[in-house]
Each structure stands twice: as C-alpha cells, then as structure tokens.
Design a protein around this ligand. Structure first.
Ligand code: SF4
Ligand code: SF4
Length: 211
C-alpha cells in the first residue's frame, strides 16, 4: 500500500526509487520498536517478527527505524542511491518550485491569520461601568465634549446615585453606558480616551466588556 501522499517523491514515481528497509529476520527480536516508530505504516508484526509490508510507503531518505533498532536488524541502501535519484531527475529544481508554492501558502495563511486577529479585536460596541463621586456635573460636560469630536455615542446610560443629598456630598456612585460607533467603525482607539477621562476625574473603571 502506498498512501496518495507518497505515490510520488517530488514528482517522481515513488516505486522507481529503491529506498526501503530490509529486515534481517534472524537478528530481529520482535521488540516492535520499529513498528511503533514508523508513522507511515511500513511494517506489520507477524509471529513475533516485524515484516516490511509496504516498502514504498517509506519516506525517501528516512532511516529512523534502523537507527533505533536495538539489534541493528534493519538495513537501508547506501545514501548514494538517494543522491543519484536527486541528480538524475533534477529533484532540486522541482524542490525549488515546491518551496515557492509552500512559501505562498504560508504567506496566505499569515495574512488570513492577521485578518482574523484584526477582526477579533474589532469592536463597535463596548459596555463600561465606572465608579466614583458623580456630584460634580462637569464630568458629564466633559463626556459630551469628548464624544462630540468622534463618531461615537454613549447609549443606555444609567447613573446609580444612592441619594441626591449624598451626590452633592460626593457619595460614591456607579455609572454604566455603552460606547457605540455611529458609523459601524472600530472604536478601539477611542476607548483609551474615555478611560483617561475617567481616571483624570478620579473615577475607577469597574468593568469594560466588548459587546
Ligand atoms: S526494532 Fe529491530 S528488533 Fe525491534 S522489531 Fe524492529 S527489526 Fe526487530
Ligand atoms: S525509515 Fe522512516 S519511514 Fe521508512 S520505515 Fe523506517 S521509520 Fe518508517
């Protein structure tokens, strides 16, 4: 059995390349290390010995199983076999084209990932909750002035003030609102200005949730 991916080696029919393991059955102690090491299904176990069932599924140039075999029961052709194939079939030219295609795929993947990350960061509605003493009416005026210069609005504004008298005495209270884009645009760059305004007025940002 030759998996589709291994039917050719850089464009060359895999079955024309004599690179595969040969097991010395006398030396094999059936430890199964090569059987579990090979990720290409080259081996099967039969009667406590390993057998090469799918020689052309072996990856050209790989000799891992021979390296790990405790009894050195596995043999491969000389490396010159692979070098000759590389030379005679101009494999390196094919590889250049394959590498170019791979780089193209990687670039495409990088761009797609960057676009997805940018989309994940995009936000046009964020809920904010701040705490502090809202007795000073100047804050609302500052808020109004800030949003006047940007394509955003604050909606669903709620102010939780324990008592009117308390407000005058700067009793702590909560304010909650949704920052929304008025043009379906990203408001990420605007949010730090809001945070900064709150901080400058001595308020604490209790919660900020992208909606
Ligand atoms: S690793 Fe060596 S000894 Fe172990 S099963 Fe494979 S050929 Fe046999
Ligand atoms: S050389 Fe590599 S691919 Fe080939 S049989 Fe051994 S482990 Fe599998």
């Amino acid at each position: 059995m030759v998996p589709a991916s291994a039917a050719t080696w850089h464009g060359m029919p895999r079955q024309e390349i004599p690179w595969f393991p040969v097991v010395d059955a006398q030396a094999c102690i059936g430890c199964e290390l090569c059987y579990v090491t090979c990720g290409r299904g080259v081996y099967v176990m039969a009667e406590r010995k390993v057998q090469v069932a799918h020689p052309y599924s072996c990856m050209v140039g790989c000799s891992t199983c021979a390296l790990v075999c405790p009894t050195e029961a596995i043999r491969f052709p000389a490396r010159e076999v692979v070098r000759r194939v590389e030379r005679e079939h101009k494999i390196l030219q094919v590889v250049k084209e394959e590498a170019k295609a791979r780089r193209g795929r990687q670039d495409e993947l990088r761009m797609r990932t960057a676009a997805e990350e940018s989309l994940a960061r995009f936000t046009c509605r964020t809920r904010m909750e701040i705490a502090g003493a809202f007795g000073d009416p100047h804050f609302l005026g500052q808020l109004r002035a800030l949003i006047a210069d940007h394509p955003v609005d604050l909606v669903n504004l709620e102010l939780h003030v324990p008592t009117i008298k308390g407000a005058a005495e700067n009793t702590p209270a909560f304010m909650r609102f949704d920052v929304v884009s008025t043009g379906q645009e990203d408001i990420l760059a605007f949010l730090p200005m809001l945070r900064d305004l709150a901080r400058r007025n001595g308020f604490v940002l209790v919660d900020e949730t992208k909606l």
